[in-house]
Design a protein around this ligand. Sequence first.
Ligand code: CTP
Ligand code: MG
Length: 238
Amino acid sequence: ARTAAVIPAAGRGVRLGPGAPKALRMLGGTPMLIHAVRAMAASRAVSLVVVVAPPDGVAEVKGLLGEYPLPERAEVLVVAGGATRQESVRLGLEALPETVSTVLVHDAARPLVPVDTVDAVIEAVRDGAPAVVPALPLADTVKEVEPADADGGPEPVLGTPERARLRAVQTPQGFDRDTLMRAHETVAVDGEGATDDAGMVEKLGAPVVVVPGHEEAFKVTRPLDLLLAEAVLARRRA
Ligand code: CTP
Ligand code: MG
């Protein structure tokens, strides 16, 4: 009945701009990945963290984890990631021992998620939900469009879903281990692969539920997000 967290951290961070792989960038003097690992290990329920490193960065990530040790009850494994997030998650799942029954999947790019959010997701899985997603209502209205070609011309609007029924999803997403494994073994996703594990479980036909997310669980994607993350850390340290 162990709970493990898989942390996909193998992305380049193209939208953040040139530099080291995103998960290895510094935030308040500590690599973003280390913040994310600590955020998972902060939950007393999490006894194993599997870090999915950039394929050419496994040794570097192991070195970092040696420099920034975890609390003693949490074990950490490092495996090499793949070309898409979906593939990286699958490689992380393959490293899980049989004893794990609940799995969290958490983006390294969400370094500041509070432990209360992590615990709420775990609790909902343990209460019987096969897939649990933390999410927040949207601030912006959303439109579906016919995407323009690369020229960036005007895009015809196809519709406007009712904002009150939409949620912006975060991580960690929590799963019954067998359900998530089955999704990753059987669900095919076109194009660049799934950006959301719960979406794969939906395609299996299994129920997925949303629990309240947290503002500080935002994803560091673009340069402005780094500024926000630095500000949140500074406020925590004040
Ligand atoms: N990820 C991964 N393996 C990949 C691609 C992404 O493990 N091949 C991880 C990222 O490291 C990140 C998470 O998936 O922690 C969410 O992805 P995203 O925010 O898109 O990060 P990147 O893919 O690195 O950024 P970008 O899309 O801007 O290149
Ligand atoms: Mg990406």
